[in-house]
Ligand binder design. Structure first.
Ligand SMILES: Cc1ncc(COP(=O)(O)O)c(C=O)c1O
Length: 368
């Protein structure tokens, strides 16, 4: 077996390959498929961001791993303006080529390996598990510290607002996990890529002074511009938090590459400096969410959690593959909840990332 074969053998089957036949069924609908399975943005990148990208297209030199000072300043001020996060030193910000890549590599970059334990949410974005497996660590699914008994995890992943459930963790829960992580010597990595998409109530960062009392020790907040600024194609994210941890990540990354391309750094700087496009995009999703939510409920679905983020975590109280078929017969494609952990097996994840026209078509098919 090749070395590549040995690595992929560590990993689960790529889940999306398993819905190819149900996708084909959905695609046979006379008015075409409404694909709500993947949360990929469909609205165009804002002109302000495109212009920033092309304005530096002639620059030939290598970008720095740490990113430009302008980019890191833009991160610090966006975190403060948008989320009330204070006390982030620009040195404690590290840009990343998308956060999927960052999450998949994080346990390894932090030096975890055999004998280490990574905690991931019970129903979770699959890349936390992948990151643990690629580093040779063990992982456990747990939503509460009590489930961990005497274990001393090396790394805990949190994801609030959650993909796929849209659940938001409250301030008390977050404070408890911070305290637990510090008592057990764990690093706490909080994936906050949907923080700017709260529909009901407020979603808090792990770096919020209400959560961590202004002490970022042991904490990493992971942010993506993919959803809030429609930059999934650009691959634009960053991590910020504990200065010592970020310095360590920077040191390893300086040796191993993965620098964010310079035009993307310029695009990100512009995106982080402008809130208008972000608000406009949020309004688009809010409207799509209202249409879909209403149609799903009228079609007999129950929607759980989903108070934030880009998905409606929906169930008909039956195995998720049965629901997936029911939707595909109407030309609508969703993601089966079992992709996200065994406890998701009675839910489907329905994304808000389709055009207004396709969302209206889905609503029509669900209710007629
Ligand atoms: C919870 C969560 N984290 C991270 C990502 C990765 O986003 P990106 O790699 O585009 O930054 C996603 C994408 O769907 C996600 O849902």
């Amino acid at each position: 077996m090749t070395a590549r074969g040995r690595v992929s053998a560590l990993l689960p089957d790529f889940p999306w390959d398993t819905i190819a036949s149900v996708k084909a069924k959905g695609a046979s609908h006379p008015d075409g498929i409404v694909d709500l399975s993947v949360g990929t943005p469909v609205d165009p990148v804002d002109p302000l961001i495109r212009e920033a990208l092309s304005s530096v297209a002639e620059v030939p030199g290598y970008p720095t791993t740490h990113g430009t000072p302008e980019l890191r300043e833009a991160v610090v001020s966006a975190l403060k303006r948008r989320f009330g996060i204070t006390g982030v030193d620009p040195a404690a910000v590290l840009p990343a080529i998308g956060t999927k890549e960052l999450i998949a590599g994080l346990p390894r970059l932090l030096g975890l390996g055999a004998g280490d334990l990574v905690v991931i949410p019970e129903i979770a974005y699959p890349t936390y598990e992948v990151g643990a497996l690629l580093s040779g660590s063990r992982y456990v699914r747990a939503d509460g510290t009590a489930q961990l008994g005497p274990e001393k995890p090396a790394l805990i992943f949190l994801n609030s607002p959650s993909n796929p459930t849209g659940k938001v963790l409250g301030v008390d829960h977050l404070r408890k996990v911070v305290q637990f992580a510090r008592e057990r010597g764990a690093i706490l990595a909080s994936d906050e890529c949907y923080l700017g998409l709260a529909w009901e109530g407020r979603a808090l960062s792990i770096l919020d002074p209400e959560v961590c009392d202004g002490d970022h020790t042991g904490l990493l907040a992971i942010h993506s511009l993919s959803k809030t600024s429609n930059l999934a194609s650009y691959r634009a994210g960053f991590v910020a938090g504990d200065p010592a941890l970020v310095a360590e990540l920077l040191e390893v990354r300086k040796h191993s590459g993965m620098m964010l391309p310079y035009p993307i750094q310029a695009a990100m700087t512009a995106a982080l400096g402008d809130d208008a496009h972000e608000v406009q995009q949020k309004d688009r999703y809010r409207a799509r969410r209202a249409v879909l939510r209403d149609a799903l409920q009228r079609a007999g679905f129950r929607i759980d959690d989903s108070e934030a983020g880009l998905y409606l975590w929906s169930t008909r109280g039956e195995p998720c593959r049965t629901t997936l078929d029911w939707l595909a017969e109407r030309g609508v494609l969703a993601a089966p909840g079992e992709f996200y952990g065994p406890r998701g097996n009675q839910h489907v994840r329905i994304a808000l990332t389709a055009t207004d026209e396709r969302i209206a078509a889905a609503a029509d098919r669900l209710t007629s």
